[in-house]
Structures are given as C-alpha cells and as structure tokens.
Design a protein around this ligand. Sequence first.
Ligand code: PRP
Length: 230
Amino acid sequence: MSTITIALSKGRILDETLPLLAAAGITPVEDPRESRKLILATNRPGVAVVILRASDVPTYVEYGAADLGVAGKDVLLEHGSEGLYQPLDLGIGRCRLVVATQRGFDWATSIQRGARMRVASKYVRTAREHFSAKGMHVDLIKLYGSMELAPLAGLADAIVDLVSTGNTLKANDLVVVEEIMPISSRLIVNPAALKLKRGQAKPLIDAIAAAVEAAGAGAAASAAGAGGLR
Ligand code: PRP
C-alpha cells in the first residue's frame, strides 16, 4: 500500500486543522506543534502528514510530493492554483483580506485625485489584480511579514493584509479602507494522486468533508442556541 501524504501549514492554521483532521479520524502520532519532526505518521496506516510553511503547501501538492494539503485561499491566490483540485472549503482559518491605512489618511480622496499610491504587501499578485480591476495604478512593494509597520515607517501609504481579530491593526492605529475578500482554508488535492491512489485518497477526502459538515452543523446549532438565550 502506498502512503498518502497530507501537507499542513504550520502556525495558527494548524491549531484549527488538527481538530478537524481528528474528527475525520486522522491523528498524527506526535503533536506537530511540539515535535521538530517534519514528517509524522498518523494513527491511520498509510497516512502521513508533513508540516510546511504555509506558502510551500501548494508547491508540494502541485508536484505530487504531497497528495493532499490544507492551504489558505490567500496562499492559493498568490501561488496560483492551476493544476490543483480544490474540493472543499474547510471553513477554518477564517479572516479577511483588506486594504488598510493609517487612521486619518484620506484614502478615498487620494484615489479620486488619481494620486499614485504605494502599497506594501505579502500578497502582491492578489493586490495587483484587485487594484487593476478597479482601474487603479499603484506601486506595489513586496514584504514578507509585519506589513503593519510599512505605513508607520513611511514605506507605503497602504497595506494589503489579512485581518482576523483586528487587534494588530488597532494596536498600530491602522484602519480598514477596503475589503478585498473573505479568506478561509481549502483542501487541495493533486489530481494525479486522486486518480492513482483513489482507493486511499477518496475515503480520506470524504471523511474530511463529513468532519467539515459536522463542524458547520455544530456552529449553526450553537449560533441558534445563543440566539435562543437572548
Ligand atoms: C497575520 C496578518 C496580521 C495579523 C492579523 O499575521 O498578517 O499581521 O495576522 O491578525 P489580527 O487581526 O487577529 O491581529 P501573522 O501573525 O500570521 O504573521 P505574518 O506577519 O508573518 O503574516
């Protein structure tokens, strides 16, 4: 029996991915948040997980070095998802991709005046598409992290970044001036692996789909419950 490898993003998404996989009956033999190992066997014979930097997950799955993967929509848009099958929105890692500026910066007026703005982001491809769809020409500056610093340090007028709780923006006196899109994590699958290892891959995808549905039903039920308390 060949092994099915699932590529997971380390960091925040992992905290939400592990319970979802557990609900689908897949548990790594060691906690990847504690272990320094990069390949971990799971309780399911023939299923292993690899722990990667988020932006590398699509690359592993695209080349078939991993069969399945969990990747944020932000990462997929930036990487390009040609050749990747995306059967499931996992409903985890939810956040928003936004444009933000320093509080008090008149973004709308600057745009109306046609001022050429500098925008810093890790998501330059997605940002370029967003602004060109609006007919705006902006100068994009590629950064790899701590985007919030760019307007404060005078590097850029605005940033394109992910917002979850909004705490980072708030702590740095930045405000959202445009919503680009909601983001969540997706299951990605190598199409050749799905054909060649269908007998092993399909039950895993189905189990993950059932876990997502159950989690969604749970969230809906608790929202209804909270509503009932009001
Ligand atoms: C992300 C994002 C923001 C922050 C938003 O960064 O880039 O900086 O989270 O979260 P909040 O709205 O809950 O404050 P992350 O911590 O993933 O690190 P990064 O800077 O390497 O992208």
